[in-house]
Design a binder for this molecule. Structure first.
Ligand SMILES: Nc1nc(=O)c2c([nH]1)NC[C@@H]1CN(c3ccc(C(=O)N[C@@H](CCC(=O)O)C(=O)O)cc3)CN21
Ligand SMILES: O=c1ccn([C@H]2C[C@H](O)[C@@H](COP(=O)(O)O)O2)c(=O)[nH]1
Length: 318
């Protein structure tokens, strides 16, 4: 059987050997190429990376969070998902309400200074607890602004109305499957200056052929080691969910990247990953009793036979 993650492994190799050395916003430094594409046949299995352990539970809770139109990290914390913490924490420590120890540049500093890392982890733990237990605090500091959930489900128009792009595209897929306008965009130029992190997965388009639903994503910036395995699994899951609601089978997921990069402090991890032999891809199980994306909960979504190598830890660039 062919190995589903081959396009991912090949792209890692290509960036390691031909990538440009570039400085970046986070001060970490990357090797990067511009313009790349991976294609995954979703009939052949579920494209989750097997050469390291990818925490699928976090991917499920993040996607359900987007689909709820939620932009507050409280829902994620309640599901033990911490992948968005740093960006909320940043707005907290930069606010005038924060009076704790100096947290300037906490991302990079905690990598080089173990003593500081302890102080930082303590502060972040307190922050997370406060988000979970204090409604007023959560409303003010758990909010990430107009991130994916907001743009997908309640894009705000000039005249104060809201557009539900997900509901609209589902209707269009059902009623007008050959449409070439089956698009959802998260990139709203008006919101970019105020966003904690401008959207990385910027725009996606659906395509229906032979009763199969395909999706192509344009991602402007991809952290190949940490972010991309999440993004691949997340969009593959989205195709399955929308296919379920529209009564279609799954087709391809095509992942198109702008700046595809590997951070300098991920090189060793990437080398280690590339020595590993991938396993056959698992299958996705969706609760057969559910048909509407909004009805899906964590326990309605499972991977069957996800065989994988061990976790490889890597620091996230903030
Ligand atoms: N530099 C950077 N890379 C990203 O991938 C990224 C951002 N920033 N900012 C926004 C989101 C948050 N994302 C993240 C953040 C952290 C992990 C991460 O640390 N993943 C670990 C597991 C974490 C855990 O188990 O809690 C991994 O091994 O995949 C992954 C994606 C993706 N995005
Ligand atoms: O879903 C995501 C979200 C973020 N990333 C990565 C890509 C970059 O490394 C950073 C974002 O930094 P920018 O300077 O805004 O490009 O996060 C990802 O891979 N996937």
């Amino acid at each position: 059987m062919s190995i589903l993650e081959t396009p991912y492994l090949n792209l890692l190799k290509e960036i390691m050997t031909t990538g440009n050395d570039r400085s970046d916003r986070t001060g970490t430094g990357t090797k990067s190429i511009f313009g790349a594409q991976m294609r995954f046949d979703l009939q052949a299995g579920f494209p989750i990376i097997t050469t390291k352990k990818v925490p699928f539970g976090l991917i499920k809770s993040e996607l359900l969070w987007f689909l709820r139109g939620d932009t507050n990290i409280r829902f994620l914390l309640a599901h033990h998902n911490h992948i968005w913490d740093e960006w909320a924490f940043k707005s907290w420590i930069e606010s005038s309400d924060y009076t704790g120890p100096d947290m300037t540049d906490f991302g990079l500093r905690s990598e080089s200074d173990p003593e500081f890392k302890q102080v930082y982890l303590e502060e972040k733990k307190k922050f997370d607890q406060k988000i979970l237990n204090d409604d007023v605090f959560a409303k003010k500091y758990g909010e990430l602004g107009n991130v994916y959930g907001a743009q997908w489900r309640h894009w705000q128009t000039r005249n104060g109305k809201f557009i539900d792009q997900i509901q609209n595209v589902i209707e269009e897929i059902k009623n007008n499957p050959t449409s070439r306008r089956l698009i959802v965009t998260a990139w709203n130029p008006e919101d970019i200056p105020s966003a904690a992190l401008p959207p990385c997965h910027v725009l996606f388009q659906f395509y229906v052929n032979d009763n199969r639903l395909s999706l192509q994503l344009y991602q402007r910036s991809g952290d190949m080691f940490l972010g991309i395995p999440f993004n691949i699994a997340s969009y593959a899951l989205l195709v399955h969910l929308i296919a379920r609601e529209t009564g279609l089978k799954v087709g391809d997921f095509i992942h198109t990247l702008g700046d595809a990069h590997i951070y300098h402090n991920h090189f060793e991890q990437v080398q280690e990953l590339l020595t590993r032999k991938p396993y056959d891809a698992p299958k996705l199980w969706l609760n057969p009793e559910k048909n509407k994306i909004m009805d899906f909960e964590m326990t309605d979504i499972k991977l069957i036979d996800y065989k994988h190598h061990s976790t490889i830890k890597a620091p996230v660039a903030v």
